[in-house]
Design a protein around this ligand. Structure first.
Ligand code: MG
Ligand code: ZN
Length: 189
């Protein structure tokens, strides 16, 4: 049977928002990051990281650094007994400066491309899955594939909460990713 997944945004959700993250020194875990992922692992969810990295298209972030950052995150999580099952990023932007990445794509959230690809790669049941993020576009992407959606108030979350994008509202608004995990475990039980 296909697995349920929790799609976690990266910047402002799983790790601190740092503008365009371009150096490991600026990659900061929240105090609950490892616990949040480990709890989802233990509950049997596939954990999928989905992140827009327009800094690549804008020439601010090297594409190789995105992989380096994800290796770093994977190692920090592994040290705490936690695991992300799939890392997905969109390096594109329609107004980029690096030609190879300057385009409209289906993977940049609110597009659903990363979610669909992960579902194929990892055999996921999107209708029994969840999307967690600090921006409305994270949740729009999740909703478009039938996942339930949770806005966190870290990163840009408080600002986004103050500027609702109309209906439908997210399924939950919580302070941070560990509260999102608590909510997911409760409703999925
Ligand atoms: Mg974010
Ligand atoms: Zn893309």
């Amino acid at each position: 049977m296909s697995r349920s997944a929790v799609f976690l945004d990266r910047d402002g959700t799983l790790i601190e928002e740092a503008g365009y993250l371009d150096r490991l020194e600026r990659l900061v875990f929240y105090p609950y990051t490892v616990d949040a992922v480990r709890a989802l692992n233990a509950a049997g969810f596939a954990v999928v990281l989905v992140t827009n990295q327009a800094g690549v298209a804008r020439g601010i972030v090297r594409e190789a650094f995105v992989a380096e950052a994800h290796d770093h995150i994977a190692r920090r999580l592994a040290a705490g007994g936690a695991r992300v099952d799939g890392f997905y990023y969109c390096p594109h932007h329609p107004d980029g400066s690096v030609e190879a990445f300057t385009k409209r794509c289906d993977c940049r959230k609110p597009g659903s491309g990363m979610f669909v690809r992960a579902a194929q790669d990892l055999d996921l049941d999107l209708s029994r899955s969840f999307a967690v993020g600090d921006r409305w576009h994270d949740l729009e992407a999740g909703r478009s594939v039938g996942a339930r959606t949770i806005l966190v108030r870290t990163g840009y979350g408080r600002t986004e909460e103050a500027a609702p994008r109309g209906r439908p509202a997210p399924d939950a608004i919580v302070d941070n990713a560990i509260e999102a995990v608590t909510w997911i475990l409760r409703v999925a039980a």
